[in-house]
Write a protein that binds this ligand. Structure first.
Ligand code: S3P
Length: 434
């Protein structure tokens, strides 16, 4: 892995300057997968270099897709349409990546060859029936191991379905859209809670018709996609660590240009503003179909607030670092609608409660909510639980701590953000290899 196994963080410090953050993880995965389904050459710019995205690229290469990195962040994919995919000789190992595994289930369900998808210890604990159930309804032959990976897929002819997604999951939605494009007839999904819409925004760039009517999304099967030029915006979920860092470290001022601010992802910005963050967005623009803006963040006194389930869903990946912001805020913060967080790369509710307790901040866990009472942060040793976002969140917490913080299992940051330690040092965070 690219980063050290442990980090030692000196307490305090500031977050200053301008950081060029890497490409969005969700959009990078989708660009690889959709380009592989298309016919012709696709050129992808600003792709995130991380273990998760490389797992997707590697799986596609195992199925005969000509996919190559021509320079850092620039990739060329020579798509030959869905029929250009060939049976892999080995298992498809998706490492730590839930997005890679679930989206590939949709992409592969209609391919006329068997595949087996495996992952690491963390991914092997994560629920996969949420994607297998609707794919079976479409006619797929897909088996999980008591609901978990390994997943065995045997090619089948799919038919379009109308489906209401019971969980707010962009991974499930995207898997069904990728399967729907290869099915007979029309596939329509209705989302009870809207999830990130990067797939719907990207498909038309490859020439696919994807109709969005309120909460319903439909695709017609059998459409031919063509190669496209895609630029991936910088990742708001990566930005979130530095945004919270700049807010909680006195004397900070940070600029983050060209960050993706998709309205299904910007819950973190809304929540932090409500907590009193000095956070401005300038130069609003779009990259492809994705809105972007330049962010400026200055240290702020934060106040605890109540955050409801809709906003938590729009900040689903930012929950760990939001807990750090809450721990540094004056008063009590409650976050509700947190059950999905228990089945991410780790049980993020438990991992954050454990880590904050080590630093001396109480986090109470209710049925589907947590309650954090802000207070002074001490130091201590934190476990990442094989979860990139837990590792990076506690590196940020050290900015407000009174004693050193050690993060064990820091190497997991490389699954989504290998550049984190380097960028953190560049900004003034006193992060050392332990
Ligand atoms: C993602 C969707 C979300 C998110 C994950 C990336 C995606 O997962 O937490 O990090 O790229 O579609 P769910 O679909 O499980 O909510």
């Amino acid at each position: 892995m690219g980063t050290s196994d442990g980090w030692r963080l000196e307490p305090g410090g500031q977050v200053r300057g301008t950081l060029a953050l890497p490409g969005d993880k969700s959009i990078s995965h989708r660009a690889f997968l959709i380009a592989a389904l298309a016919e012709g050459t696709s050129r992808l710019e600003g792709v995130l270099d991380s273990e998760d995205c490389r797992a997707t690229a590697h799986a596609l290469a195992q199925m005969g897709v000509d996919i190559r990195e021509v320079s850092p962040g620039s990739w060329v994919v020579e798509g030959r349409g869905p029929d250009g995919l060939t049976a892999p000789e080995a298992l498809l190992d998706l490492g730590n990546s839930g997005t890679a595994m679930r989206l590939l289930c949709g992409l592969l369900a209609a391919r006329p060859f068997p595949t087996t998808l495996i992952g690491d210890a963390s991914l092997s604990q994560r629920p996969m029936e949420r994607v297998a159930v609707p794919l079976r309804e479409m006619g797929a032959h897909i088996e999980t191991d008591s609901g978990h990976p390994p997943i065995r897929i045997d090619g089948a002819s799919l038919r379009g379905i109308t489906y209401g997604t019971p969980v707010a999951s962009a991974q499930v939605k995207s898997a069904l859209l990728l399967a729907g494009l290869q099915a007979q007839g029309r596939t329509c999904l209705t989302e009870a809670v809207p999830s990130r819409d990067h797939t719907e925004r990207m498909l038309p760039l490859f020439g696919a018709d994807c109709e969005v009517n309120g909460t319903q999304i439909c695709v017609e099967g059998g459409q031919a996609l063509h190669g496209a030029e895609i630029t991936v915006p910088r990742d708001l979920s990566a930005a979130a660590f530095f945004i919270v860092g700049a807010l909680i470290a006195p004397g900070s001022e940070l600029k983050l240009p060209g960050i993706g601010v998709n309205p299904r992802r910007d819950g973190i910005l809304q929540i932090l503003r409500e907590m009193g963050a000095d956070l401005t967005l300038d130069a609003a623009d779009s990259v492809g179909q994705e809105p972007v803006a330049d962010l400026t963040v200055r240290s702020s006194s934060l106040t605890g607030i109540d955050v409801g389930p809709d906003l938590v869903a729009n900040a689903i990946d930012e929950f760990p670092v939001l807990c750090v912001a809450a721990a540094c805020a004056e008063g009590v913060t409650t976050l509700s609608g947190v059950s999905e967080l228990r089945i991410k790369e780790s049980d993020r509710v438990a991992a954050m409660a454990e880590g904050l307790k080590t630093l001396g901040v109480p986090m109470e866990i209710g049925d589907d909510a947590v309650r954090i009472t802000g207070g002074p942060l001490g130091g201590g040793t934190i476990q990442s639980h094989q979860d990139h976002r837990i590792a990076m969140s506690f590196a940020i917490a050290a900015l407000a701590a009174l004693e050193p913080v050690t993060v064990e299992g820091a190497q997991w940051a490389a699954t989504s953000f290998p550049e984190f330690p380097g960028l953190a040092r560049q900004a003034g965070i006193r992060l050392h290899d332990a």
